[in-house]
Design a protein around this ligand. Structure first.
Ligand SMILES: [Zn+2]
Length: 69
């Protein structure tokens, strides 16, 4: 299957969108909005900011592997 590495993060605070490349071997737990500099954290039940705010889930989730174990 194809894993998407690009994810568009939408800031919940200001609505700014930024395209980021996701690392395949680690989760991105903190992400600072490039516009308003709010530090984003994953929502409850999500493993990383891409799962919570991104247009694509993080690579381990896309591959249905457990992540951040
Ligand atoms: Zn923002």
């Amino acid at each position: 299957m194809t894993v998407t590495l690009e994810s568009v993060i939408t800031c919940p605070n200001c609505g700014h969108q930024a395209t980021e490349i996701m690392p395949t071997d680690a989760c991105t737990y903190f992400y600072e909005c490039t516009s308003c500099h709010t530090l984003l954290k994953p929502l409850a039940g999500d493993c990383c900011v891409f799962c919570s705010y991104g247009s694509a889930k993080c690579p381990p989730i896309q591959e249905q592997k457990s992540c951040c174990a």
